[in-house]
Design a protein around this ligand. Structure first.
Ligand code: ZN
Length: 659
């Protein structure tokens, strides 16, 4: 899930240039590299004049319309520039567009430092008296943003805070670019690739010596790490992958951590984690640490047991009774174990889920569940030829709701992970319809089990964005508390494997190989293995994040080594995991715990579909009570309204204990 670092993300913006006003519904602006700077400056100028108008309001004229509605117009204007450039910076195939988009992104990110530090503007929002609960939430969220930017500080501290915010935005961008632009290539002779599926070699470019060339993109990572029998190949490839970002990114992260601590101290707090988490669901760093300890307690023994089982696999495969399990072995022996124990071969799964029918199936499942219809719209402009655009209509009245885009496959200079970009947030007040973009790096050879889950996960975010119907853009879709944002997406992963949803596959592709129910059963049974390894790793990432954001400045690499060394597989020399850990530089700092925190709610909400994943009655309630409401109500209240009871962590702890 992609979230921008600045307040602009939670807010949202839309500068209606004459050209865009004429654009079809759902279109995302595609300015050229030459046009971006001009449009960017114009958007900022318009925003400044809107800010000035609110700032100079006579206090007796302060009301919901003059402040909140005007604020919404400001947000929309900024988002209409910021949404597209944020997307293009990470996905445009043209390096010049990426560069211009990044420059604009930095300018837009700097703007809130101006107006959210303005006392006059702050006074106007504070003076606003509202009683409608949505207005109350919106007002409070804007006041929080003022506080976060340091409006209450003395003038010199305010200046320093501003400089820190600007520098943090730059560090975040430099870090992301380094990962996006990684062009490491490794070449292997066929003998070093024994076990790799033939599809991964077909059409692959070779070097002068006839060696196959591999990049570090996900599909290639999967093909090698899951299948190649030659340990030295896996070790070399895995190590290169773990070094993405390099020393330069470690230095950027170190600087960011120092600046975040300084920022928290400027704000009168002892550390960045406390300062940040007090505005989230968890409420305090202490609550997070307690939660992470509880997770560790539940998964520790299971992780060791699973790793032992993988070691036994390795001993059997290599014939070396003293063989030790290494990090580059984990995925390979998990695949072997799942093949032998559960008869699940990911290459068979891939053949069962070809790309186009699987996308059509996921859409069928989603549209049926939520009572909407998706139609491909070939007239919407796209930034790359294989990006597809769709419109969303309400099945009940046929009305247009929103649009979304799918950018599925890897290419050079593209964002390397999987994410949903909330390019445009809804505002019912303004009659504004939303648009989101799914950006992934899937294989073109169909989906394996993990990719299926990722597809549904990211599409869960997309639906949160495009089905949301909030009054204000700042509350739209994924504009929820950071430690709730993953709940709808994690919940939706389950629809990739439920018999009720899979039953619809034949409807979208009557000519496809029918879904083998036994394969699905075996896939689901195979999920029982690996939970300890998976959640122990998630706990480690979250604990690392918390360690970086506590009272003392630490060296991120050393902190990582210290923590990873205490895990059963230890730390592998020369690897530098933090150097590509983009979450901690791009919005999830002191927030990585949010994945598991959200999962508690995700699995609890999923229990409402326990009997039938395709229960459209429950689906419609979920759409209305969770997706449509975005951040208009506190997450705990949303979940309680949907479940008609207080939320419980029982389902989550059952899941991670492998029960
Ligand atoms: Zn996500």
């Amino acid at each position: 899930m992609k979230l921008q670092t600045t307040v602009l993300a939670a807010l949202a913006a839309c500068f209606l240039s004459p050209a865009m006003a004429a654009a079809p519904l759902g279109a995302i602006a595609q300015p050229s590299a030459a046009d971006i700077p001009k449009q960017c400056d114009a958007a900022i100028a318009v925003a400044r004049s809107r800010i000035e108008k609110i700032k100079t309001l006579p206090l007796q004229k302060v009301n919901a319309k003059t402040v909140l509605h005007a604020w919404n117009v400001l947000d929309m204007g900024l988002q209409d520039m910021g949404g597209p450039v944020g997307l293009l910076a990470e996905t445009s195939p043209d390096p010049e567009v990426r560069k211009a988009a990044e420059a604009c992104d930095l300018k837009l990110s700097a703007l809130p430092n101006e107006y959210l530090q303005s006392e006059a503007l702050f006074q106007r929002v504070k003076a606003l008296k509202v009683s409608d609960p949505i207005d109350v939430m919106a007002r409070q969220s804007i006041l929080d943003d003022f506080e976060e930017r340091g409006v209450n500080l003395s003038a010199d501290k305010r200046e320093r805070a501003k400089a820190i915010f600007e520098r943090l935005d730059k560090l975040s961008q430099d870090f992301a670019r380094a990962v996006r632009d990684v062009d490491t290539k490794l070449a292997y002779p066929e003998a070093a690739l024994q076990g790799i599926p033939p599809g991964a070699l077909a059409n692959r470019v070779k070097d002068a010596k006839g060696n196959y060339i591999f990049s570090l993109d996900y599909p290639e990572y999967e093909a090698i790490m899951s299948n190649v029998q030659v340990e030295s190949t896996r070790k070399e490839y895995w190590t290169a992958f773990q070094r993405r970002g390099g020393q330069d990114n470690l230095a950027l992260m170190q600087e960011a951590i120092k600046l975040r601590l300084e920022l928290a101290q400027l704000m009168g707090q002892t550390n960045f984690a406390d300062w940040t988490i007090k505005r989230r669901m968890a409420g305090s760093a202490q609550a997070v640490t307690r939660f992470l300890d509880e997770v560790q307690g539940k998964v520790e023994a299971l992780e060791r047991k699973e790793l032992d089982e993988l070691r036994v696999e390795k001993v059997a495969f290599t014939g070396d009774k003293d063989a030790q399990l290494k990090r580059w072995d984990v995925q390979f022996y998990q695949q072997r174990l799942k093949k032998s124990r559960y008869s699940v071969d990911q290459n068979v799964v891939r053949a069962q889920f070809p790309t186009d029918p699987t996308i059509a199936w996921m859409m069928k499942v989603t549209s049926t569940l939520y009572g909407v219809q998706f139609k491909e719209n070939k007239s919407l402009p796209v930034w790359q030829s294989d990006v597809r655009a769709y419109d969303v209509f309400d099945s009940a009245d046929g009305k247009y709701i929103s649009s979304f885009y799918l950018d599925l496959f890897p290419r050079d200079g593209k964002y390397k992970h999987a994410a949903a970009f909330p390019v445009r947030g809804v505002s019912t007040l303004a009659g504004r319809t939303p648009a989101s973009v799914l950006v992934t790096n899937f294989s073109r050879e169909g989906f394996d089990q993990r990719e299926l889950e990722t597809l549904f996960h990211e599409f869960g975010h997309v639906m949160h964005g495009v089905l949301s119907k909030t009054r204000y853009t700042l509350n739209a879709g994924t504009g929820v508390k950071r430690d709730f944002v993953e709940a709808p997406s994690q919940m939706y992963e389950d629809w990739s494997r439920r018999p009720e949803s899979l039953a619809l596959f034949a409807q979208v592709c009557p000519t496809c190989k029918p879904i083998d129910p036994q394969l699905i059963e075996r896939m689901n049974a195979s999920r029982a293995f690996g939970k300890g390894i998976q959640y122990a790793r998630q706990r480690l990432y979250a604990a690392f994040d918390m360690a970086l954001h506590t009272p003392k400045v630490v060296d991120p690499m050393q902190a990582w080594i210290d923590l990873e060394a205490k895990t059963p597989l230890g730390y592998e020399a020369t690897t530098m995991v933090p150097a590509s850990f983009g979450h901690l530089m791009g919005g999830y700092q002191a927030g990585y715990y949010g994945y598991m925190w959200s999962e508690v709610l995700a699995l609890d909400m999923r229990s409402a579909f326990a009997k039938n994943a395709m229960d459209t009655h429950v689906g419609t309630r979920y759409r209305k009570l969770i997706l449509e409401r975005g951040g208009e109500r506190p997450p705990a209240e949303l979940v309680e309204a949907f479940l008609q009871r207080k939320s419980s962590s029982e389902a989550f702890f059952k899941e991670i204990s492998g029960l």
